[in-house]
Design a protein around this ligand. Structure first.
Ligand SMILES: [Zn+2]
Length: 435
């Protein structure tokens, strides 16, 4: 009997300890959007997870060995997940100075042991906005074309470059160890002509400063983009929907239009996102090559009306050159670079994208065969695959296009050594360049 009692008591103790142990984990603290900078009043969101509920949460900023309490709540949260919003910064803690600091959270569990979790991360206190100053060059802007601006940014900043309308082009440190920054930027083919390009810098603390670029927009010399009709045969429509929507059903015209609009948009987004896979230096030193012995069957930013049985079913803008030579001709790399995409891509068919550094990339579509892999370095003129008519293509050709920080541009300037000299090599070091 005694023995049994001892065992029962023993079991009870073990059980209680086990309960305490399962209750003893501290809460988990995380910040859904990371905080790197504290400004005047920076909004902060904190998420605390604890299966037993949350007893209290406090936030502190520590700088030069002194800790300031910036926020707290004692309101017991009975649920496992608590999310709180508050703001912290110089406005409520005027003792903070520009420089590095630490953001700290203490979160206490509502479990029996009231365990406390500590979270901390580095932040920079920024009270002053950055300043920008732009070169005094006259920049000539043409729809669909590119240019280069040099500038300085000082103070603390987290993001900067050239902004044209809602498009941004990153700032890069000047090559060759020279002081300052530069951006290659585009004035997109569809940018409203009155748009003023600016150099901007922001510090993540709510400060965004800009300075206008000196520019001319020669009205009479703007490219004239043409509109023309493209007759869609039943044969072409069937080819496209069988290849790009093999499991679809229903009205062929609706399927074709969906591919031409929605799939085109999605494919262009994939291309644009490749802007992040770029080198932080020039990978090239010579003018870009246009596919050897090729004829341009379509040029940049032509608007196409898609006509089927006499009716207009769609309209799209063609953002590249259609270069045709012979069937199954070798597809040449336009310049030295690194392959950042080599796979099927919807309307572009089998597609290769080559990065040339600083956000400049070339695109090759409709290939019958791809002979390179993502990550390969390629040389100017190197054959990377074979032309074909995969994707939205009615005959064997290469769709050749270029993009700058994700914005598609007219490649023709980049085929011209004089243009590169006047717009790129005169303003930044382009090692090995001679025109
Ligand atoms: Zn094309």
């Amino acid at each position: 009997m005694r023995k049994i009692l001892v065992i029962v008591i023993g079991l009870a103790v073990v059980a209680s300890v086990a309960i305490l142990l399962t209750q003893s984990a501290p809460p988990v603290v995380d910040l859904p959007s990371p905080i790197t900078t504290l400004g005047q009043a920076t909004p902060i969101i904190v998420h605390v997870h604890d299966p037993h509920g949350i007893r209290s949460v406090e936030a502190f900023v520590e700088q030069n060995g002194v800790q300031y309490r910036v926020w707290g709540t004692n309101q017991l949260s009975p649920v496992a997940d608590g999310i709180w919003n508050f703001s912290a910064g110089v406005k409520t803690t005027p003792q903070l100075k520009d420089g590095s600091a630490k953001l700290i959270f203490l979160a206490t569990s509502n479990s029996l042991l009231h365990k406390t979790a500590r979270w901390e991360g580095p932040v920079t206190v920024v009270t002053r906005p950055p300043t920008v100053s732009v070169d005094s060059d006259q920049h000539y802007l043409y729809l669909g074309m590119a240019d280069l601006a040099t500038f300085n940014i000082s103070g603390t900043w987290t993001e900067g470059g050239v902004r044209v309308g809602d498009q941004t082009f990153r700032a890069w440190p000047m090559p060759g160890g020279r002081p300052g920054f530069f951006s290659l930027f585009a004035f997109a083919w569809n940018m409203p002509p009155g748009t003023i390009p600016v150099v901007y810098a922001s510090n993540g603390a709510g400060n965004d400063v800009t300075s206008s670029i000196v520019f001319q927009f020669p009205k009479k010399e703007q490219p004239k983009y043409t509109v023309h009709d493209l007759q869609i045969s039943d044969q072409f429509m069937q080819k496209v929907i069988n290849e790009l929507d093999p499991n679809g059903s229903g009205d062929p015209v609706a399927r074709f239009v969906k591919i031409n609009s929605e799939m085109r948009r999605a494919n262009n987004k994939v291309l644009s996102d490749l802007r992040l896979k770029t080198a932080d230096h020039f990978l090239w030193s010579q003018p870009f090559l246009r596919q050897s012995h090729s004829q341009a069957e379509a040029s940049f930013a032509d608007t196409r009306n898609y006509i089927y049985k006499g009716a207009k079913i769609d309209q799209q803008v063609h953002l590249g050159y259609d270069l045709a030579a012979t069937q199954h001709v070798g597809v040449e790399a336009s310049n030295d670079g690194r392959v950042v995409y080599a796979a099927p891509l919807g309307i572009y068919g089998n597609c290769i994208v080559v990065d040339h550094g600083y956000g400049l990339q070339t695109i090759y579509g409709h290939l019958s065969q791809i002979n390179v892999h993502e990550g390969d370095m390629v040389k100017r003129g190197q054959v990377m695959g074979t032309s074909g008519q995969t994707g939205m293509a009615g005959g064997d050709h290469i769709h050749f296009a270029m993009q700058l920080d994700g914005v598609q541009i007219d490649p023709k300037e980049w085929w011209d050594g004089h243009w590169i000299k006047d717009h790129i090599a005169k303003r930044v070091d382009l090692p090995g360049f001679s025109d």
